[in-house]
Design a protein around this ligand. Structure first.
Ligand code: 2AL
Length: 174
């Protein structure tokens, strides 16, 4: 889609187009619609980032909790969003060996038991070994640092999803 078209979208069409750039959080798109027109995709991304940063800690944790586990139940039973499915399949999380699947399930559960929110990483910017490494390494972080680390990953996922929807070099003169 061209940016000029993005800037013309009605509220309903904007939310239906961008409602899942932050996983299962259409409120993010609903909030930034009012900041149109956007002069670039970066400006749209910045508006989203500002909205997330302005949330209280509980809101940012809520965003993390909207993310499905990697290779978790949603993948097994087919209830991932199409964006998540594509991201998880890209790194082979839909084709883990039974040992890998057991290991990942345990890492997910240990992480959630420890921090109270799920492990989130931008799958498209990592490969499978690196994801396993990060799951282990990030367990050692402080809770607050880990919450912000998860949010950084949400923003990376968002950046790539946005660029799937809007031409990356799109600019308009405001
Ligand atoms: C995900 C997901 O569904 N896509 C992605 O890049 N990361 N989930 C997660 N828990 O990190």
């Amino acid at each position: 889609m061209e940016l000029s078209r993005v800037n013309q979208l009605s509220y309903e069409d904007f939310v239906s187009t961008f409602g899942n750039v932050v996983e299962k959080c259409p409120i993010v798109a609903a909030a930034v619609w009012a900041r149109r027109p956007f002069g670039s995709v970066d400006a749209l991304e910045d508006a989203i980032s500002d909205f997330i940063d302005a949330l209280p800690e509980s809101g940012r944790e809520g965003i993390l909790r909207c993310h499905p586990d990697l290779a978790g139940r949603d993948l097994r039973v087919g209830t991932l969003t199409q964006e998540s499915l594509k991201e998880q399949a890209n790194v082979g999380l839909d084709a883990l060996t039974s040992e890998e699947a057991t290991s990942m399930a345990r890492l997910n559960e240990d992480y959630k038991a420890h921090f109270g929110f799920p492990f989130v990483i931008c799958a498209r910017m990592n490969d499978k070994p690196n994801i396993f490494r990060q799951m282990r390494a990030r367990m050692a972080n402080e809770r607050a640092a880990e919450r912000e680390r998860g949010i950084e990953e949400v923003k990376k996922i968002c950046r790539l999803r946005l660029r799937d929807l809007v031409h990356a070099d799109a600019r308009v003169t405001l």
